[in-house]
Design a protein around this ligand. Structure first.
Ligand SMILES: [Fe+2]
Ligand SMILES: [Fe+2]
Length: 199
């Protein structure tokens, strides 16, 4: 099964800067994503994207929502239409006149799968957060205290254990850090406290 998108242009430049209102994005999220674990993953990535946009990119509320929206909807079609991931959500958002920047970020969140390279900071951070966020959450579930007291060292240990969260691609994580120009330690340290508060 190939998920290659076979294109590099998404959306329409006339829609630059356009987002969905939060309630519309949440409606789409709730209608399409029925799996609660996947919902949590998407909410976690959304929160990380928002935090990064605010703290590292210094974006205003509108910019923060653009980043958050990319995270919130990046896997929206995975639950019910995995064979159409992420083609279906992109087409849906194109029909709703969403900002091409958001569409490109969603389209490039798995370059090996979708064949679209992460280019912008939004693209690169969505790619970087996606897999690592999942591994850190899996780690929290096996710790008695959850996120409490979790540190970078512990996460790196789990990363080295190939059998732990084996479906999380270590290759993608390293590739994403390189592309984003961020040290793995720094990324892990950013994720832990910000993800811990998303329930
Ligand atoms: Fe995905
Ligand atoms: Fe994801």
């Amino acid at each position: 099964m190939s998920l290659l998108l076979n294109r590099n242009q998404f959306g329409n430049a006339a829609n630059n800067g356009k987002t969905l209102p939060r309630n519309e994005a949440e409606q789409l999220f709730n209608d399409w994503v029925l799996n609660l674990r996947l919902q949590l993953h998407m909410k976690q990535v959304a929160a990380l994207m928002r935090s990064w946009a605010k703290e590292k990119e210094g974006l205003d509320e509108e910019g923060q929502w653009r980043w958050e929206m990319a995270g919130l909807l990046h896997d929206a079609d995975w639950d019910q239409w995995p064979e159409q991931h992420c083609k279906k959500i992109i087409e849906e958002l194109e029909n709703r006149n969403v900002d091409p920047e958001i569409l490109h970020a969603i389209a490039s969140h798995g370059p090996l799968h979708f064949g679209v390279e992460p280019e912008t900071p939004m693209d690169k951070m969505l790619y970087a957060f996606d897999e690592l966020s999942g591994l850190i959450h899996a780690y929290s579930l096996m710790r008695p205290g959850g996120y409490e007291g979790m540190d970078v060292k512990g996460v790196k240990k789990r990363l080295k254990e190939k059998s732990f969260a084996a479906n999380v691609s270590r290759e993608d994580i390293n590739d994403a850090c390189n592309r984003a120009g961020i040290a793995l330690d720094e990324l892990i340290a950013f994720i832990i406290p910000r993800q811990a508060i998303v329930i």
